[in-house]
Design a protein around this ligand. Structure first.
Ligand SMILES: [Zn+2]
Length: 234
């Protein structure tokens, strides 16, 4: 998936968040944005957007304000504690935009994102412990949001309970499958940092035969998990 990442004020390309997205197999365009001249930063971002036509635009802090002020067509926005009240003129986003923000953010008030989410029918996910959102949990939620939106799913129709579900899904969820060989129910942890659609091989802990496990996340935050015999099995 192609992602345009717009960094924050006094950040540089190649930070933790764009690197994380890149490490998970995405093509990340991460231009350097002018720290002093907001108009110039928007112009740079627009040029990169027009050139690369990304599926998803991620904007962090001031980069979130940049993302809101470019013409991003039908691309989806993932905003990380966007500083939209500090920079630019845009005061709303497309419905379906996902906003990640920590209530403990001491740089940009959480209330700014609450206001934005309410006025725009965006989905606000409370996550992380600070403004940076560079810990494992916010990183995995960012990745999940990008992959969910980039695959064309629309979160705007989902109810308000979803955000906490999404967060718990990324860190503590379990599911199960029925072993094809012995019929036992096998509990597995769900690690969404591995993506919303996963296929992997594991040996059944009961009968030791190999199963190919398929995991598919659905829009309501639940997982569909099923197993089939691994093809190389004798
Ligand atoms: Zn088994």
């Amino acid at each position: 998936m192609k992602i345009l990442f717009l960094h924050g004020w006094h950040s540089v390309p190649g930070g933790v968040k764009p690197t994380y997205l890149k490490e998970h197999g995405h093509e990340v365009i991460n231009p350097a944005l002018d720290d002093d001249d907001f108009t110039s930063a928007v112009k740079t971002a627009q040029a990169e957007f027009d050139k690369h036509q990304p599926h998803v635009v991620v904007g962090s802090s001031r980069g979130g304000a940049v993302a809101m002020n470019i013409n991003s067509g039908s691309a989806k926005l993932v905003l990380l504690c966007p500083a939209w009240k500090n920079w630019g003129t845009a005061s709303n986003v497309n419905p379906g935009t996902v906003i990640l923000h920590s209530r403990a953010d001491d740089v940009i008030p959480f209330a700014h994102s609450e206001e934005l989410a309410k006025s725009s029918e965006a989905t606000l996910i409370e996550v992380g412990n600070d403004h940076r959102l560079a810990d494992p949990e916010p990183l995995s939620v960012m990745l999940w949001a990008c992959e969910l939106l980039g695959s064309g799913r629309d979160l705007s129709q989902l109810d308000e309970e979803l955000p906490s579900e999404m967060i718990s899904a990324t860190s503590h969820r379990e599911s199960c499958y029925i072993c094809d060989a012995c019929g036992e129910e096998i509990i597995i942890p769900l690690d969404l940092t591995e993506g919303i659609n996963q296929t992997y091989v594991e040996d059944c802990p009961v009968c030791c035969r190999a199963n190919t496990i398929h995991v598919a996340m659905t829009e309501d935050g639940s997982a569909r998990v099923w197993a089939e015999p691994e093809q190389d099995r004798d």
